[in-house]
Design a protein around this ligand. Structure first.
Ligand SMILES: CSC[C@H]1O[C@H](OP(=O)(O)O)[C@H](O)[C@@H]1O
Length: 350
């Protein structure tokens, strides 16, 4: 059976189509966005989520916005476009890929100083599609590198959703898992539900079943016990922002898994494209951590479960120190310690 695309976002003429991940896996709903504001709202509300997918959405928001800037002269166009870039960049703070994509698209205007407005609009739209297509190729490269660290018949644990739905397609951590399964159908995947947004039980489970990969869903709380019982061989997760020293921001709860993996002698890998690396941040302490609506914690399926007087703290990410990371799987290879040096060299590669 041909693999149905799980691409979370795509162009349909002059509209950006976004698969609404808030209602997956039980409803298929696609948002038709014709303005950058609609895409920014989809990012903020997590209709589309996952650092690389958010970057791609940001690039497409800029292409939509460029089309709507009616300035006749390039100077006025650029001034208005800079304001739009700032609004798109601010949609979600932690993932590096959004800022990276905004800079990549804006560079089109900088690198074509003599282009007229229609040409700039065309080049920006083409850049947004290029970012999408390159992300998919990068994820397949991550998969090819990553399967080298997956032993035959491995019992893999993953967290949140770093799959096709979190990227242009194919995924990063799930890209490693897809590639490993393609080479060895005896692998097994345990995915954590990942409260409170349930990216694991709703999205990763959906992707694993879609690919026919043997898998089991667990609560986040059960991961440590499985590791303690010797039932997990390797952990592979995604990333949202990687500092210059390898400290990694990922979904809240990732640090806990990394500490448990280390306590049980289990390899812990991060899979991410180089566009997730932020070389301007020396270590993880400088990574901005998004605080989301406390209702994501106090409510479930729209109904309050905690007493209404109860305050809630809802950080969307945490930071895993590089000392707990066995390797960072990128499209140019598996980076090991010393991370600062090896990350710098990886970023210098074409
Ligand atoms: C391929 S990176 C996916 C990354 O993004 C997720 O966060 P969110 O669902 O809040 O966008 C999570 O941290 C994943 O590991």
């Amino acid at each position: 059976m041909a693999r149905r695309s799980l691409q979370p976002i795509y162009w349909d003429g002059d509209a950006v189509m976004i698969v609404d991940q808030r209602v997956l896996p039980h409803k298929d709903k696609v948002l038709r966005c014709t303005t950058p504001r609609q895409v920014i709202q989809a990012i903020k509300k997590m209709a589309i989520r996952g650092a690389p997918a958010v970057g791609i959405a940001g690039a497409m928001a800029l292409a939509l916005g460029a089309q709507s800037i009616t300035a006749a002269d390039p100077k006025t166009f650029r001034r208005k476009f800079v304001g739009l870039c700032d609004r798109v960049r601010a949609a979600r703070p932690t993932g590096n890929n959004l800022g990276w994509a905004v800079e990549a698209v804006y560079s089109v205007a900088v690198e074509n100083p003599d282009a007229d407005v229609p040409t700039l609009q065309r080049l920006i739209r083409e850049k947004s599609q290029q970012i999408l297509e390159e992300d998919i190729a990068i994820n397949r490269a991550i998969g090819r590198w990553g399967r080298q660290v997956i032993p035959k018949g491995a019992r893999i644990l993953t967290y949140c959703n770093a799959g096709a739905l979190a990227t242009g397609d194919y995924g990063t951590a799930l890209g490693v898992i897809r590639a490993a399964f393609e080479a060895d159908p005896t692998v097994h995947v345990t995915c954590c539900e990942t409260r409170p947004f349930l990216q694991g039980s709703r999205l990763t489970a959906y992707e694993l079943l879609h690919e026919g990969i043997p898998s089991t869903l667990i609560t986040d709380n059960a991961a440590g016990s499985l590791m303690q019982q010797g039932k997990i061989d390797v952990v592979v997760v995604g990333a949202d922002r990687i500092a210059a020293n390898g400290d990694t921001a990922n979904k809240i709860g990732t640090y806990t898994l990394a500490a448990l993996a280390r306590a049980n002698g289990i390899p812990f890998y991060v899979a991410a494209p180089r566009s997730t690396i932020d070389p301007t941040i020396a270590n993880g302490s400088a990574i901005p951590i998004e605080e989301r609506d406390p209702k994501e914690v106090t409510h479930f399926n729209g109904r309050r479960v905690a007493p209404k007087e109860m305050a809630a703290h809802n950080p969307a990410f945490d930071v895993t120190p590089n000392k707990l990371i066995t390797g960072i799987i990128t499209e140019v290879g598996i980076l090991k310690r010393p991370y600062r040096k090896n990350i710098r060299q990886a970023l210098e590669q074409a």
